[in-house]
Design a protein around this ligand. Structure first.
Ligand SMILES: C[S@@+](CC[C@H](N)C(=O)[O-])C[C@H]1O[C@@H](n2cnc3c(N)ncnc32)[C@H](O)[C@@H]1O
Length: 322
């Protein structure tokens, strides 16, 4: 890709600087922490545990879709470079890569993630499994560093796990637009989206009985304490997952039990919480097929095909830059 997302989209200067973005997010109401602060090595490990929880249906549903349709995706796209955004362990992606290797045209796999240790470990494992592929890990932030991705050939960008649901609506629009700007006509996008379904099933997936999601969300405070010299009292916050019916999203919050003033040295900021005040850490938006296909069309992607698991829980949209 040949451009810098921030310069091209002209989005606010905050995007260039995660600290400025965090500072602003903590001053808004409700106070917010951008999701990238969830993913240090422990956060990545906790997310990996979440994907193996019985309540967390998206991972197995997406795996099922990949098992059924990867050969078709490899054949139809004929991509020579597969790029994966927010790749994490790239565990499910192996099903896709296996099919691309059998198809015979793929030359390169480029995973991009903010979580460096997880990314580099995954890249080592993949290099052993696919000795004939160039494995090109990219440490970076998919909202800021799309320009670091390789160009040339036919590219397929996989963005799996429903991670696109972690963006707020305006961020999602900016992200899809920037992604489309960085691709050329004929490149492909394979986008994983969690679909709207009965709320009980959704909420169980984000409020598991073992408390792993609670630990994952709470970890954002531990990351900020360690990396930015802050003193959030982790024990003073309780995990509160809410369903936002208007926006079709789970809103994962931490609620201060007692009043607290957290000092963040790197920002020179005191964050004053009243008892009961909530801090929004992550959202997970659920989509109707029509809405996500329309959003993709607005961004510059066409010929969308929605692939779902047999239960219709999760969708993979295969679409092409027009
Ligand atoms: C929900 S997990 C999905 C992981 C994997 N793709 C899957 O489907 O299981 C989100 C991944 O995106 C990464 N991530 C989160 N925010 C990011 C950002 N701004 N830039 C790059 N990677 C990010 C995390 O480190 C994590 O690996």
């Amino acid at each position: 890709m040949d451009h810098d997302t921030n310069r091209r989209t002209g989005t606010s200067i905050d995007r260039d600087d995660p600290l400025a973005e965090l500072d602003r997010a903590l001053r808004t109401r409700p106070r917010t922490i951008p999701p990238r602060w969830l993913y240090d090595d422990r956060g990545s490990e906790l997310f990996d545990r979440i994907t193996r929880l019985p309540e967390y249906y998206p991972t197995e549903a997406e795996r099922e879709i990949l098992a059924t349709h990867s050969a078709m995706i490899a054949e139809v796209s004929g991509a020579t470079t597969v790029i994966e955004l927010g790749s994490g362990t790239s565990d499910k992606t192996r099903t896709l890569l296996d099919a691309f290797v059998v198809h015979g045209e793929i030359e390169r796999f480029a995973p991009l993630d903010v979580s460096e240790a997880t990314l580099l470990f995954a890249a080592e494992v993949l290099a052993e499994r696919y000795p004939d592929l160039v494995i090109e890990p990219v440490v970076g932030d998919f909202t800021r560093h799309l320009a670091r991705l390789p160009s040339g050939g036919t590219r397929l960008v996989a963005f799996l796990g429903g991670t696109v649901g972690n963006f707020y609506t305006d961020e999602r629009r900016a992200f899809l637009g920037a992604l489309a700007d960085g691709l050329v006509a004929g490149d492909w996008l394979l986008l994983g989206v969690d679909l709207i379904k009965p709320i009980d099933r959704i909420m169980d997936a984000y409020d598991d009985s073992q408390g792993v999601t609670d630990a994952f969300i709470r970890n954002a405070l531990a990351v900020i304490n360690r990396d930015l010299g802050a003193n959030f009292d982790l024990g003073n916050f309780e995990y509160v997952p809410l369903w936002d019916a208007r926006e079709h999203r789970v809103d994962m919050r931490l609620r201060a039990c007692d009043p607290e003033t957290a000092h963040i040295a790197a920002l020179g900021l005191d964050v004053v919480f009243e008892a009961g005040e909530e801090l929004r850490v992550e959202i997970s938006t659920k989509f109707s097929p029509g809405d996500i296909v329309a959003e993709l069309a607005d961004a510059g992607f066409g010929d969308a095909e929605l692939l779902t698991d047999a239960a219709g829980d999760f969708g993979l949209v295969l679409t092409r830059r027009t």
